[in-house]
Design a protein around this ligand. Structure first.
Ligand SMILES: Nc1ncnc2c1ncn2[C@@H]1O[C@H](COP(=O)(O)OP(=O)(O)OP(=O)(O)O)[C@@H](O)[C@H]1O
Ligand SMILES: [Mg+2]
Length: 406
């Protein structure tokens, strides 16, 4: 698939932008702070309804210079060419209110847009995939699960809601000091609900891990200096509670067995309920949910060692890159829910400057035959020769960022 048209109103540094795009590589060039990332961020936002950069939605609406009227909201509009018929996606971000969406000019829920425009973004922030807390990797898996199967967005939202409600019940039980029998029976109702939602979410994540696994190994060997093998495994707080040891990368059958068991949704829900029952006293003591999808992680290994805490800076970079490229390859080999091609738009934000020659070549080689790749760079010489295509210059002006074809 590819994006053929992009229009922005008051998104980040853009006041008004209307841009026609082509398949193949397109580079956005300009010095720091001109609006390159803002531009590609808008496209990525339409595909996941979240930004690859930190920050609340309010940061996405343009702040006009002092003295000018502040825009009430931002609009992102794209035409996506995929399968038989193009789709027109439109999202209005209104400060302090729920977003509004339109699909092919009809009113839709924002969630209805999910899964139509597929993107894979690789950006310097992705080092967090290897280095940061488990939440970053859970989000990585969940975003992929939703891209593969958009209806999972509803499950994800429902799970988070139940989780928050159960947490507030645990907090009030803690505040009350003594847990009454009515409190415990209410808690059991929440146990069942959380277990059911978490079991489905865990199964969806494990499915992603299994599909991704061969691509991660393959992409890592392409982008690294060779030598070590990259492996991934789903890390389950439930299995840990039950006494299963942490995944040992040398014992693949063992962690595959853990994953396989987690794919049985009904059995996982029962196991979760039992675990919650065993943990009630501690959960009330801590005022927090202690087991479930929200405590899980994706374990990353290079050979026999966990990447976090052991891998060198360069290895961490290669692994983060491999995770994104693997996502790209996995999605590309999947037919999307709309019967079109599942090949995502590849977005490479400011990555070539920080890669050495070998990895730059490997990435350029993969990106060169992508249906559409949008990349940003501060200077044109950072863009590898294999990726010569359309070039646009992005510049900040008094009336917002501007984009001109070179
Ligand atoms: N909501 C907003 N309203 C107005 N301006 C914004 C808004 N959000 C970000 N900006 C401005 O956009 C600029 C950053 O744009 P962007 O991150 O796209 O830069 P860039 O061209 O990618 O630069 P770099 O090469 O450093 O990555 C900053 O000057 C910032 O002040
Ligand atoms: Mg940038």
């Amino acid at each position: 698939m590819y994006v053929s048209d992009l229009a922005l109103d008051d998104f980040r540094s853009f006041h008004e932008l209307v841009l026609a795009l082509e398949p193949g590589p397109t580079a956005f060039i300009g010095p720091n702070g001109q609006g390159k990332t803002n531009l590609v961020e808008s496209i990525a936002y339409l595909s996941t309804l979240s930004s690859h950069r930190v920050g609340a939605d309010t940061a996405l609406v343009r702040r006009a210079p002092a003295g000018q009227t502040q825009p009430a909201g931002a609009v992102i509009r794209t035409k996506v060419v995929h399968g038989q018929r193009p789709s027109v996606l439109e999202l209005e971000l209104i400060a302090g209110r729920a977003n509004r969406a339109r699909l092919n000019r009809n009113t839709a829920r924002p969630r209805d847009l999910l899964g139509i425009l597929r993107t894979v973004v690789f950006a310097p922030e992705d080092l967090a995939l290897v280095r940061d807390e488990p939440g970053v990797r859970r989000r990585f898996l969940d975003d992929l699960a939703v891209t593969l199967k958009p209806s999972l967005a509803g499950l994800r939202a429902e799970h988070d809601k139940i989780l928050a409600q159960r947490a507030s019940l645990l907090k009030s039980a803690r505040a009350a000091r003594a847990s009454t029998s009515s409190m415990l029976s209410t808690l059991e109702v929440w146990d069942a609900q959380l277990a059911a939602a978490a079991a489905r979410l865990i199964a969806a994540r494990v499915d992603v891990v299994q599909r991704l696994r061969p691509w991660v190994a393959d992409c890592y060997s392409r982008v690294s200096e060779g030598g070590s093998a990259a492996r991934i495994a789903y890390r389950s707080s439930l299995a840990a509670h039950e006494g299963a040891p942490d995944a040992d990368p040398a014992d693949e059958p063992a962690f595959l067995a853990v994953e396989e068991a987690l794919q049985d949704v009904a059995a996982t829900a029962m196991r979760l309920e039992r675990a919650m029952g065993e943990l009630h006293a501690r959960e009330i003591d801590r005022g927090a949910n202690l087991v479930g999808a929200h405590r899980d992680d994706l374990s990353l290994f290079l050979d026999a060692l966990p990447a976090k805490g052991f891998a060198s800076h360069g290895e961490q970079w290669s692994l983060a890159l491999a995770l994104r490229l693997a996502s790209y390859d996995m999605l590309r080999h999947d037919v999307d829910a709309y019967g079109g091609d599942g090949e995502p738009v590849l977005i490479l934000d400011d990555v070539f400057a920080s890669l050495d020659d070998r990895r730059r070549q490997a990435l350029a080689g993969i990106a060169a035959d992508a249906q559409q790749v949008l990349l940003t760079a501060a200077v044109a010489s950072d863009v590898p020769a294999d990726l010569s295509g359309a070039r646009f210059r992005v510049s900040a002006t008094e009336s917002g960022s501007q984009v001109h074809r070179e």
